[in-house]
Design a protein. Structure first.
Length: 183
């Protein structure tokens, strides 16, 4: 997926405005430092480089988005042990395995949530922004989906920087949510 993202081979929906009458922006994924900043990939900004409140707001939102993804994949890998090692099957079989476990994961999250995913199983954040690691981190091997090597350079393209600037402005004003100011 990372290679396809870098080569612009993922089929993202067409750019569209976030707000009525606003500028068109691309759909994007939230990644980490293993990935280069791209038009369709935003990542955490190093806090020591950007101390102003403006950037710290988007840092918090990107960190929360990334934590949601990490928790989701962490629960999935911890509960479905097949994903703790490389999968040596054909692409079609792998896709069926992934789809089946996603369906089962979603079903169990709705119906038997406390057995499948107890409260302390996921990372949590208190009102001061302190993070408590979830128990899934003890069960999921550090050598699974989270161990990615750096892909590409760290030099942001002009369009990627412009898009991140637009997102920062949006989340500071029209798209702001109350909890982003809590710290």
């Amino acid at each position: 997926m990372g290679k396809r993202l870098i080569n612009n081979e993922l089929e993202f929906p067409s750019d569209c405005p976030v707000e009525y009458g606003g500028e068109n922006i691309p759909f994007y994924l939230v990644g980490d430092e293993a990935f280069p900043l791209r038009t369709n990939l935003v990542r955490h900004i190093q806090e020591d480089c950007y101390q102003k409140k403006r950037e710290s707001s988007i840092i918090g939102l990107l960190s929360r988005a990334r934590r949601v993804s990490e928790n989701t994949f962490g629960i999935w890998v911890a509960r479905w042990r097949i994903f703790r090692r490389p999968i040596n099957t054909c692409l079609e079989t792998t896709e069926h395995m992934i789809k089946a476990t996603i369906c089962l994961h979603n079903y169990l999250m709705e119906g038997r949530h406390e057995l499948y995913c107890p409260t302390n199983f996921v990372d949590t954040e208190d009102i001061n922004g302190n993070i408590t690691s979830g128990l899934w981190r003890d069960e999921a091997s550090p050598n699974n989906v989270f161990s990615l090597a750096r892909m590409g350079s760290n030099n942001a393209t002009l369009n990627a920087g412009k898009m991140r600037s637009h997102l920062t402005s949006y989340f500071m004003f029209d798209g702001a949510v109350q909890f982003q100011w809590n710290k």
